[in-house]
Design a protein around this ligand. Structure first.
Ligand SMILES: *[C@@H]1O[C@H](CO)[C@@H](O)[C@H](O)[C@H]1NC(C)=O
Ligand SMILES: *[C@@H]1O[C@H](CO)[C@@H](O)[C@H](O)[C@H]1NC(C)=O
Ligand SMILES: *[C@@H]1O[C@H](CO)[C@@H](O)[C@H](O)[C@H]1NC(C)=O
Ligand SMILES: *[C@@H]1O[C@H](CO)[C@@H](O)[C@H](O)[C@H]1NC(C)=O
Ligand SMILES: *[C@@H]1O[C@H](CO)[C@@H](O)[C@H](O)[C@H]1NC(C)=O
Ligand SMILES: *[C@@H]1O[C@H](CO)[C@@H](O)[C@H](O)[C@H]1NC(C)=O
Ligand SMILES: *[C@@H]1O[C@H](CO)[C@@H](O)[C@H](O)[C@H]1NC(C)=O
Ligand SMILES: *[C@@H]1O[C@H](CO)[C@@H](O)[C@H](O)[C@H]1NC(C)=O
Length: 300
């Protein structure tokens, strides 16, 4: 390979200050002390070590398998908070609490009911609903939790339902009263399989929407509270996809190919440039920070 050396030499001679005569007026200015080669070497080694360490955290160990309560064989990409660091992917950490496997998304907390590694689906239920038939979802607005979360996505088979709290009785076939939450001049209803925007558009002044919950789609026919609460308590599925997560991270957006788990990562030029700029700026800031820390401590 004979081409590059001449180019490299050219580049070198341009960037090495010693190849240019130093203008005499520079002598009078306080000059930067020369950075010793050993320091540059040490810095380079440090960077290399850091990047190796970072890439190691991305590597997964297939052999890790934990269990917590009803969920056995928790493997990559999932990990349990008590697993050794090399297990799973840090983004997919589950918490084992009182023998129950919990998934936390933002301020939301969900009991894990099942994990399908074959389909990349995790079935979860709001922790308050999981407790009993009188639960009021902990999550006020579920879909908001997923905005900006690169790890999980809704699947097409879930529907949104809305909990409504009213100061007057509502006679509407689509509103199912939650007897155990109603009381003293307050009437709590769950409106199954209606989105928050639909509900808000038709909400009476005596009512306010207080929570939304996701669940499986079973049809709107049987609107008894017993039936609805059974459906809500069986939870819903969230999809996950590591490639999509990485795609979003790098500023792209992820396109699923129907009937297949393969994804395409689409990147607009603008997203790519923004991502490159962010990387560049953080590298420069990081380098300056390291240098400030280290250079000031060294007596040259
Ligand atoms: C945890 O859950 C598993 C499976 O449900 C059960 O076999 C085990 O006895 C439970 N352990 C404790 C300490 O509750
Ligand atoms: C655990 O899950 C992994 C990956 O899904 C699978 O290959 C393995 O056979 C499972 N092991 C048991 C004991 O179920
Ligand atoms: C998870 O779902 C699969 C398939 O539907 C089922 O065979 C398995 O028993 C479920 N596991 C738990 C813990 O519910
Ligand atoms: C419903 O609203 C009333 C009045 O604001 C309040 O006292 C009650 O706690 C609310 N119920 C629920 C379940 O949020
Ligand atoms: C209930 O929902 C159905 C379907 O959206 C709608 O046609 C009907 O008017 C609703 N009932 C009331 C009383 O709002
Ligand atoms: C009505 O509200 C008061 C004060 O919040 C409470 O002490 C009382 O138990 C409630 N009554 C019923 C029937 O819910
Ligand atoms: C709001 O109140 C009106 C009149 O009381 C009633 O006809 C209508 O069905 C109510 N809307 C909803 C969504 O309950
Ligand atoms: C609705 O569901 C409840 C509970 O699953 C059941 O007891 C009831 O018979 C059902 N009603 C109809 C009309 O299907």
């Amino acid at each position: 390979f004979s081409g590059p050396p001449t180019q490299l030499n050219n580049g070198d001679s341009h960037s090495t200050p010693t190849s240019h005569p130093i203008p005499p007026n520079l002598d009078s200015l306080p000059s930067m002390p020369p950075i010793p080669t050993w320091f540059l070497l040490a810095f380079f080694l440090l960077l290399t070590t850091l990047s190796t360490a970072l890439s190691r955290t991305h590597r997964h160990q297939q052999s890790c398998s934990s269990s917590c309560g009803a969920i056995s064989n928790i493997t990559y990409p999932f990990r349990i908070n008590s697993d050794p660091v090399e297990c799973g992917d840090g983004d997919y950490e589950l918490v084992c609490e009182d023998n129950q496997t919990m998934l936390e998304i933002g301020h939301g907390k969900f009991l894990v009911k099942n994990i399908s590694y074959a389909e990349n689906l995790i079935r979860v239920v709001d922790v308050e609903l999981a407790k009993g038939s009188c639960g009021m979802p902990l999550t006020v607005q579920f879909d908001y939790l997923l905005i900006g979360d690169n790890r999980y996505m809704l699947t097409g088979s879930t529907v949104e339902s809305v909990y409504v709290n009213c100061s007057r009785k509502v006679l509407n076939e689509n509103y199912t009263e939650v007897p155990c939450l109603s009381g003293n001049h307050s009437y709590v209803y769950v409106v199954y399989d209606y989105s928050l925007s639909e509900i808000i558009a038709s909400l009476n002044e005596s009512c306010e929407a207080v929570a939304t919950v996701r669940s499986d789609k079973v049809g709107r026919k049987n609107r008894s509270y017993e039936n609805i609460v059974k459906v809500l308590q069986s939870g819903f599925e969230l999809g996950w996809n590591i490639e999509c997560r990485d795609c979003h991270r790098s500023g792209g957006f992820c396109v699923h190919i129907e009937h297949s788990r393969t994804v395409i990562c689409e990147k607009t030029d603008a997203a790519e440039i923004v991502h490159l700029l962010i990387n560049l700026i953080s590298t420069i800031v990081g380098t300056l920070f390291f240098c400030k820390l280290l250079c000031s401590g060294i007596d040259i």
